[in-house]
Design a protein around this ligand. Structure first.
Ligand code: HEC
Length: 118
């Protein structure tokens, strides 16, 4: 009797410990994917959209690129933005085969985060 109670207490602690490690791991993962979204944006998109996504670049002026902070862009659905980032749109080149699904998702995350930093 005693032993089985002690055993399940230990098992509960162990499971809690594993769950805690899992949570920390997930948090670290999501922090890293946001970071790589920003790094990716700077290397693949900033030449047109500007490092902050505002589109105040020479290319941005020439191609009339919308400010990614603006409602015009932010009101679009995740599916629409994913489509643009993947296949391109107008003068924006396609990234198909150049970026992985994970990279596209972290770029979308970066674009969504811009809405919070006006
Ligand atoms: C050659 C310049 C160029 C590059 C590089 C570029 N874009 Fe664009 N982007 C544009 C232009 C031009 C538009 C406006 C397209 C339109 O509305 O016709 C646009 C529009 C967008 C939009 C608005 C969405 C929409 O559906 O209207 C998003 C989001 C976006 N780009 C994200 C990105 C991301 C992320 C990257 C990097 C992987 C990137 N762009 C690289 C030129 C560029």
């Amino acid at each position: 009797m005693e032993e089985s109670v002690g055993g399940s207490w230990l098992r509960d602690r162990l499971l809690l410990g594993i769950a805690a490690i899992g949570v920390v791991f997930l948090l670290a993962q999501s922090a890293r994917s946001q970071e790589s979204g920003e790094a990716l944006f700077k290397s693949k998109c900033a030449m047109c959209h500007g490092p902050d996504g505002a589109g105040k670049t020479m290319m941005g002026e020439k191609l009339k690129i919308p400010d990614l902070h603006s409602d015009v862009v932010q009101k679009k659905t995740d599916a629409e933005l994913t489509q643009t980032i993947t296949k391109g749109k107008g003068s924006m080149p396609s990234n198909e085969g150049k970026l992985s699904k994970e990279q596209i998702i972290s770029l979308l995350g970066f674009v969504r985060d811009l809405a919070k930093k006006h």
